[in-house]
Design a protein around this ligand. Structure first.
Ligand SMILES: Nc1nc2c(ncn2[C@@H]2O[C@H](COP(=O)(O)O[C@H]3[C@@H](O)[C@H](n4cnc5c(=O)[nH]c(N)nc54)O[C@@H]3COP(=O)(O)O)[C@@H](O)[C@H]2O)c(=O)[nH]1
Length: 610
């Protein structure tokens, strides 16, 4: 280093130091530049030296940067024990101190000379050489301002590194959150559908390789909706969280447990036996464990709650079927478990699948039937002992463009399950009332009554009374000519609510008939409290009333009971004159059945009156 070069060198060092924003490159590049300008071959930097007041003995320091010596480079970031006399004190150039430098954990034990430059209270920079490089310059004093600048730069770089670190941490955190949201259910922390599909793909591949079976368990909680509706969604959420925990506890670590949404969960079992029967038994065992675990009571805030799962199982081996199909099969098996009494476990069966798909098709078409005006009402006459018309029961028919006339026995249960019975039932009521109004104009029809079947789902609508009232008002039908038919089973489900609603409707002037009487479990206790007008003897008792003494006795008892309660009685399913005569003789003077007419379209019914 020549005297005339000092200023450009100082300038260059200042540029290097001022140009760095991160600690590691700052230390490395400063060291490199100093070695270059001073002709020392190697050097290192230790920051944050603990206590440098004393120069006796050794101290433990960390090597923060090293250049020019492979052994020293290997020590970067590590703690080493070095003589205090080497590290502490003011800037100094020492030419012959092999003992001090021998303490350096370096293979180059031949270093004898060093230049020590304290970094303004922040640490020390030591340059090493075998022999002191030639120079007339006072390096210690000359480099003092450079070290002061380096000290400040270290401070700045440290805070810049801390900031960069916090940015990286924030980005990592955000990425982790995005990953969590993309693949996990936020409520339970279980895998979501996306991750489930991915895991299933892997399970298929591993099953194909190992020839072992796997199983997919599809679970749905029984009556979860009721809990949500009655206790609120936060309590429902607590149940789902607890169910997720219990599911995880039932399966081996690493098995996939997923929530598809709502109260639907999936468990994937892998590496079951290669023998189909044995694998199915293993899957069933896990399903039973899951069912038992989920049957245990739940403490949801201060509520004790019980629930049960319906579980569908589908087995797989390799890639026999698509993922979507597999899920569909497991879902249909679960559905089967549900319809067979809940808290049950069912394996997938292809025949069952076909039935479910057919049902789904009908459901789609049923949804459109109202809009497409495919419903019709048929009228089945009700007569007295002399065969005079009293009125009719309206019976719904679905005129399907391809299937033909579909029986209500086929579609009413489906309409009830899907809730479609509410709009369909309203249409029946509106059409029947419009007909009553139309009959008002004609002396022959003005006193005829119309009986309309009401389903449980329809009757349980909170605004059912208002619906009846507005249909009557809109149609202008006489309420006394409208008779609503309820069944025993629906009436007895919630007796108090039923009685209240029936009373309100009776106040409108409408009457009630109890359909299918004798097939349910009506107790006399309830029967006498219900504001009924009529009881309809079920056709199953009428069928053999003349040949089966038991049916004859039942029918006589029902008639006697209606007389005791002051109710009307009508018999349905009357097909023969003998049945009619028996009923008439024992006090039942109103009849409905094929003996008089089958249910027929309106025009035919009107014609039969003439
Ligand atoms: N909620 C509603 N339910 C309805 C409505 N329309 C019909 N239904 C219910 O569907 C079930 C099947 O009805 P359907 O096929 O019309 O059968 C009725 C009659 O055709 C049949 N019947 C009448 N007389 C005889 C007879 O002499 N023999 C014989 N074998 N069958 C006969 O009985 C059915 C009448 O049933 P009921 O209602 O119990 O009086 C049926 O449960 C209907 O209730 C609707 O609009 N809404």
């Amino acid at each position: 280093m020549e005297r005339q070069h000092i200023l450009p060198i100082m300038y260059d060092l200042a540029v290097v130091i001022g140009g760095e924003t991160s600690l590691k490159p700052l230390l490395d590049r400063t060291l490199q530049r100093l070695l270059y300008y001073t002709s020392f071959p190697a050097g290192f930097i230790c920051l944050d030296i603990p206590d440098c007041s004393d120069e006796v003995g050794e101290m433990s320091v960390r090597i923060d940067a090293a250049v020019g010596d492979y052994d020293l480079l290997g020590l970067v970031g590590k703690e080493v024990s070095l003589p205090r006399a080497l590290l502490c004190g003011s800037a100094v150039r020492e030419a012959d101190h092999p003992a001090l430098l021998a303490a350096l954990p370096s293979a180059h034990a031949h270093y004898k000379s060093y230049l020590r430059l304290p970094i303004d209270g922040r640490g020390v920079l030591i340059l090493l050489a075998q022999q002191m490089p030639e120079t007339q310059l006072p390096l210690e004093q000359m480099l003092q301002p450079v070290m002061a600048l380096l000290s400040k730069a270290i401070l700045l770089c440290r805070s810049s590194d801390a900031y960069a670190k916090s940015l990286i941490e924030a980005r990592d955190h955000a990425e982790a959150q995005v990953h969590q949201l993309a693949f996990y259910d936020p409520l339970t922390g279980l895998s979501n559908r996306r991750l489930l599909m991915d895991r299933l793909k892997q399970a298929f591949a591993s099953s194909a390789r190992s020839a072992r079976h796997g199983a997919l368990l599809f679970l749905d909680l029984d009556n979860f909706k009721t809990l949500n509706d009655t206790k609120g969604h936060d309590i429902g959420d607590l149940l789902l969280i607890e169910v997720a925990e219990r599911l995880k506890s039932c399966v081996r670590e690493g098995y996939t447990v997923a929530r598809l949404g709502g109260d639907e969960f999936v468990v994937v079992l892998e590496s079951l036996s290669a023998l189909a029967a044995e694998a199915a038994a293993q899957a069933e065992l896990v399903a039973e464990k899951v069912r038992d675990k989920l049957n245990e009571p739940y403490m949801l805030k201060e509520h004790i709650h019980y629930t049960s799962p319906s579980i569908g199982i589908v087995m797989f081996r390799g890639h026999q079927d698509s993922l979507d199909n597999l899920l569909k099969y497991a879902d249909s098996a679960m559905y089967q478990a549900k319809t067979e009494g809940r808290n049950a476990i069912r394996f997938y069966d292809p025949e069952m699948q076909a039935a479910i798909e057919a049902r789904a098709d009908i459901e789609d078409e049923l949804r459109q039937a109202l809009d497409k005006q495919q419903f019709r009402l048929h009228y089945q006459i009700q007569v007295d002992s002399l065969g005079r018309p009293l009125g009719a029961e309206v019976l719904l028919r679905w005129e399907h463009p391809v299937r033909g006339l579909v029986s209500p026995a086929q579609f009413i249960p489906l309409a009830e399950d899907t809730g479609l019975i509410v709009p369909i039932g309203l249409w029946v009521l509106q059409t029947a009332c419009a007909q009553l109004k139309a009959w008002q104009q004609d002396a022959m029809t003005r006193d005829l009554t119309l009986a309309v079947n009401v389903s449980a789902g329809q009757f349980r609508q909170p605004d059912f009374v208002a619906q009846v009232q507005s249909v009557l008002l809109e149609s202008g039908a006489k309420p006394s000519l409208l008779k609503l038919e309820l069944t025993e089973s629906m009436v007895l489900k919630n007796v108090e609510d039923t009685i209240t609603k029936m009373r309100e409707i009776k106040l409108l002037g409408v009457s009630f008939s109890m359909d299918d009487f004798g097939t349910g479990y009506s107790s006399l206790q309830y029967l006498k409290r219900l504001p009924l007008d009529q009881i309809k003897i079920d056709q199953s008792f009428v069928r053999d009333v003349t040949s089966d003494p038991n049916d004859a006795a039942i029918v006589q008892t029902i008639i006697a009971m209606t007389q005791a309660l002051g109710l009307n009685v009508i018999a349905e399913g009357v097909e023969t004159a003998a049945q009619r005569d028996f009923l008439d003789k024992h006090g039942c003077h109103a009849f409905q059945g094929y003996l008089f007419s089958k249910p027929v379209p309106l025009e035919q019914f009107a014609a039969s009156l003439r």
